[in-house]
Ligand binder design. Structure first.
Ligand code: NAD
Length: 510
């Protein structure tokens, strides 16, 4: 473990605030936060959290750097992000393993998370030459009308524990090419991943420009209730990109709206897969097991509900139970393990409490449902539950590997059930019929931000916008034209005639 930490420049006790190369801040008044390995409960290393004074220094530096970074040509900004992508490529292995160590997802998923960071950097480099605005024709002679996009300012990035590095990069790579600077507050559950990433950005910035380009990528580690609250209430942050639970996201949205700032909200999901009577069950089972068991059920896109046609329910159930028996649970660092621990003992307690409610609401546990103390403090069995109908507990996001099976008879009924939950992130249908697939993707089909056919709910690529509707918050991150959220739009009219004609033909002279 020590050599892993060393490869990422981590020490036993690390500063928790930073303004860039040579900008680490250890405020002696800062409280110590010990990060633990959820697989063993053992400490990994500690961080000294940001105090209000440290927060102030960090935001001030980000504000100052914005004044110059916004004037750097966008393709040149893209070169910095290219360097960042290269540095991440080189450190993919140790950084991915740190994700595993600190958060508990298995090694291949940890590496996948870092690959996603590399991918979004590649995307952002290309984007740096494609920040297009439109031109249109004026009704007035010798006038030119167009829209252009300017950098927005300092972006606040608040992230959840379950993607401790990738979600930052979805925001950071795009914000950097858009000419913004940024301040990142990671989850208290994964502070070391953030410190490691900050070291990488510091090195890249130091090599990019003499003097080190400080103030561009900034870090403040601390509790949501103090540091997070400061960020959502800080008018110097025109945009806050918040990833986390619906309840905290709602609070963040209210605070940002009160000061008329902008928010990108990436909140909880309650994702369903519809399995129709004609579905290829081999494909469906593989997608469901990856979607429900991957990251121990702690992805926002985790498959939580299977809405299956009555005629294939028994077959699908039997196959899923067989597949679940094969899932190797254990130390996520070990090859061949498919499921690691939950992130904390509180998460285990929440899963067990949900199972009590499930039973009280008529659910029947088909496999799993127990904690596994012999493996460590946070291990549980992945669980499949047959529900008589979509009861209240099914409508909640329990952030654990619980998969609900519910039967349907008609497609209309299945789609109605699919949409009858508050969240609207990711969805999928397994079918071999074109008309059924198209219905699911139509305006009267899935109400989610993401809808797939014969592809599961989790494991998105970076090329499209990522996010969801309803209680998921309506935000979009990552690819497509999401960059527009990180810039300000300006509409311009240029008159190159000797006259001053007014729009709508108005004559305004005495
Ligand atoms: P959480 O809401 O507990 O915490 C998220 C972040 O908010 C943390 O950094 C936390 O410190 C901060 N925070 C807490 N209180 C705050 C406050 N008052 N003001 C500002 N910030 C505050 O979520 P979590 O347990 O870390 O993550 C799991 C949740 O995140 C799940 O609901 C999951 O679905 C969701 N999530 C969504 C997406 C998405 O893209 N839609 C991605 C990942 C996770």
């Amino acid at each position: 473990m020590k050599s892993l930490l060393e490869k990422l420049s981590l020490t036993d006790v690390n500063p928790g605030a930073c303004t860039g190369p040579d900008g680490w801040i250890t405020d002696p008044a800062g409280a110590k936060l010990v990060s633990r390995n959820p697989a063993t409960g053992q400490p990994i290393a500690a961080v000294i959290q940001a105090t209000p004074a440290a927060y102030e220094r960090v935001v001030q530096r980000a504000v100052e750097r914005f004044q110059t970074w916004r004037t750097v040509p966008a393709p040149k900004r893209g070169q910095l992000v290219r360097d960042l992508g290269q540095a991440l490529r080189e450190l993919k292995e140790p950084l991915g393993e740190l994700v595993t160590l600190e958060m508990g997802k298995i090694k291949v998923e940890g590496w996948g998370e870092v690959q996603e960071m590399v991918d979004i950097c590649d995307f952002a480099v290309g984007l740096s030459r494609q920040l297009y605005g439109v031109t249109t024709h004026s009704e007035r002679p010798a006038h030119r009308m167009y829209e252009q996009w300017h950098p927005l300012g300092v972006i606040g990035i608040i992230t959840a524990f379950n993607f401790p590095t990738a979600v930052w990069s979805w925001n950071a790579a795009i914000a950097a090419v858009c000419g913004d600077t940024m301040v990142w507050k990671p989850s208290e559950r994964a502070p070391l991943c953030a410190v490691a990433v900050q070291h990488i950005t510091n090195r890249v910035c130091a090599e990019f420009q003499p003097g080190g380009l400080d103030g561009l990528f900034n870090l403040v580690i601390g509790p949501g209730a103090t540091v997070g609250e400061r960020m959502i209430n800080d008018p110097r942050l025109p945009l806050v990109s918040f990833t986390g639970s619906v309840s905290v996201g709602r609070r963040a949205a209210e605070a940002v709206a009160r000061r008329l700032g902008r928010a990108i909200l990436e909140l909880g999901g309650n994702n369903a897969i519809l399995v129709t009577e004609d579905a290829n069950l081999d494909l469906a089972v593989r997608a469901i097991v990856f979607g429900a068991v991957g990251t121990a059920g702690q992805r926002c896109t985790t498959t939580r509900r299977i809405i299956v046609h009555r005629s294939v329910a028994a077959d699908l159930t039997a196959r899923l139970v067989r597949a679940y028996r094969q899932v190797r649970i254990g130390d996520p660092m070990r090859d061949g393990v498919l499921m690691g621990p939950l992130v904390s003992e509180e998460a285990v307690a929440r899963m067990l409490a949900a199972l009590e409610t499930i039973r009280a609401e008529g659910g029947e546990v088909l496999i799993g449902g127990r904690r596994l103390p012999e493996l460590g403090p946070c291990f549980v069995e992945p669980t499949i539950v047959r529900m008589p109908r979509q009861t209240p507990i099914v409508c909640e996001e329990t952030f654990a590997p619980i998969l609900y099976l519910i039967e349907y008879e008609t497609l209309d009924q299945a789609i109605a059930m699919h949409s009858a939950v508050p969240q609207g992130l990711s969805s999928a249908i397994f079918t071999t019929r074109l008309d059924t697939a198209e219905r699911f993707l139509s305006a009267t089909g899935s109400d989610c931000g993401m809808a797939n056919v014969n592809v599961g709910t989790s494991g998105a690529e970076i090329g499209l916008g990522f996010g969801g509707e309803k209680d998921t918050g309506g935000g979009r991150e990552s690819g497509s034209d999401v960059w527009k959220a990180y810039m300000r739009r300006q509409s311009n009219v240029v008159n190159w005639s000797p006259d001053l004609p007014l729009a709508q033909g108005i004559e305004f002279s005495g």
